[in-house]
Ligand binder design. Structure first.
Ligand code: 3PG
Length: 405
């Protein structure tokens, strides 16, 4: 994969695929992380004298021009983050308006084009649509790791039409995840939480081959416990997933990967804020209650184990962390990981929407070695899948811009 660092972009139109799919509320960006993490690539391209044509999807308007999915509010957020840049928003990502705006650009200027997914050709990975996007630039840079699991026109087909490069965030994400999963310092602990085993089968299967310990948390731990014959009361549990659990346990066994389940729990009769809670051993979950967090013994055990590992990979909370007091287990373990990381004893990598939200609420987001901007793409990476957006950059066969012009 070629890096944007190595490109001669002087006075060139660079089509920069970013992931500006950020949370919005009442027209305001509520979490600008993805925009902030794009800044190094934007600044590098500005220094290089490029004209930056920024493209992204936003939400899932399914090929229709639906106002609530406009990227316009993101242009305002971008202006706040880069107050000195000239940033223009353009009502469409292809056609005359886009070409006219780009023709008027000076080096260092940025135009943000409207949502790619207003056009059905984007998600269809349509060749003609990709051709239209490619006609907007001389070079293509993909900095959208978090959209790299989509084989869409702006992440896949376009890469065959322009000299293609990876942006700095894309490269950083790939490096950090490779370091944690492909070439880690051992022992490796993976914490996999979340509500359903069935959505994380492939993740667990892959991690069983790569990690030394997998800590199963959240609702999916209940399914593991149930499969092991433990009565989980009214807890969320996939009773029909016993076979899947056994398959994962078998794979883990074969690869000497230990699966760690909670030994105690915080339970309650309802998942409501401030509800009465009870702590109990995992074999004593009351019939009328639900497991909503890991208990103090489990937390202590995880902290002890963490002291012996060198790499931690975290996807999915240990409990119902959005609702107090069920965040405690997740937060305490996250804080321990942050502490060990700060002391230089642990490489900690987290990713996925819930995980990032949990690390943020726990106040440790910046203390982890690396936190991915990706949700679905992070999961597919953990599944061991090749991401089409990265494959397209790797397969890129165009001459470099220098030799081309
Ligand atoms: C994300 O937010 O994970 C990416 O932007 C991908 O969005 P999508 O799931 O709608 O393709």
């Amino acid at each position: 994969i070629r890096s944007v660092q190595d490109v001669d972009a002087e006075n060139k139109r660079v089509v920069l695929r970013a992931d500006l799919n950020v949370p919005l509320m009442d027209g305001d960006v509520t979490d600008a992380t993805r925009i902030e993490r794009l800044v190094p690539t934007l600044e590098l391209l500005q220094e290089k004298g490029a004209k930056i044509v920024l493209i992204s999807h936003f939400g899932r308007p399914k090929g229709e021009r639906i106002a609530e999915f406009s990227l316009k509010p993101v242009a305002d957020a971008l202006r706040t983050i880069l107050p000195d840049a000239k940033i223009e928003f353009v009502q469409d990502c292809i056609g005359k308006v886009a070409h006219d705006a780009i023709a008027a650009m000076q080096p260092g200027d940025i135009v943000l084009l409207e949502n790619l997914r207003y056009h059905p050709g984007e998600e269809a990975n349509d060749e003609a649509f990709a051709e239209e996007l490619a006609s907007l630039g001389d070079l293509y840079v993909n900095d959208a790791f978090s959209a790299a699991h989509r084989a869409h026109a702006s992440t896949d087909a376009i890469a065959k039409r322009l000299p293609a490069y990876a942006g700095l965030l894309m490269l950083e994400e790939i490096r950090a995840l490779e370091k944690a999963l492909e070439d880690p310092q051992r022992p490796v602990m993976a914490i996999v939480g979340g509500s359903k085993v069935s959505t994380k089968i492939a993740v667990l299967d892959n991690l069983a081959q790569k990690a030394d310990v997998i800590v199963v948390g959240g609702g999916m731990a209940n399914t593991f416990l149930f499969a092991d014959g433990i009565d989980v009361g009214k807890s969320l549990c996939e009773e029909d997933a016993t076979g899947l659990v056994q398959r994962i346990e078998g794979h883990a066994n074969q690869s000497d990967c230990e699966i760690v389940l909670p030994t105690d729990a915080v339970t309650a009769k309802a998942l409501e804020s401030g509800v009465d809670t009870e702590k109990c051993s995992i074999s004593d979950v009351p019939e009328d209650s639900m497991i909503l967090d890991v208990g103090p013994d489990t937390v202590a055990d995880l902290k002890r184990r963490m002291a012996d590992v060198k790499t931690l990979l975290w996807n999915g909370p240990l409990g119902a962390f959005e609702i107090a007091p069920f965040e405690e287990g997740t937060f305490e373990v996250a804080r321990e990981a942050a502490r060990l990381t700060k002391e230089g004893k642990l490489v900690s990598v987290g990713g996925g929407g819930d995980t990032v939200a949990a690390l943020k609420s726990a106040g440790v987001l910046n203390d982890f070695t690396y936190v991915s901007t990706a949700g679905g793409a992070f999961l597919e990476w953990l599944e061991g899948k090749q991401l089409p957006g990265i494959a397209a950059l790797a397969a890129e066969t165009h001459d470099t811009a220098e030799t081309k012009s």
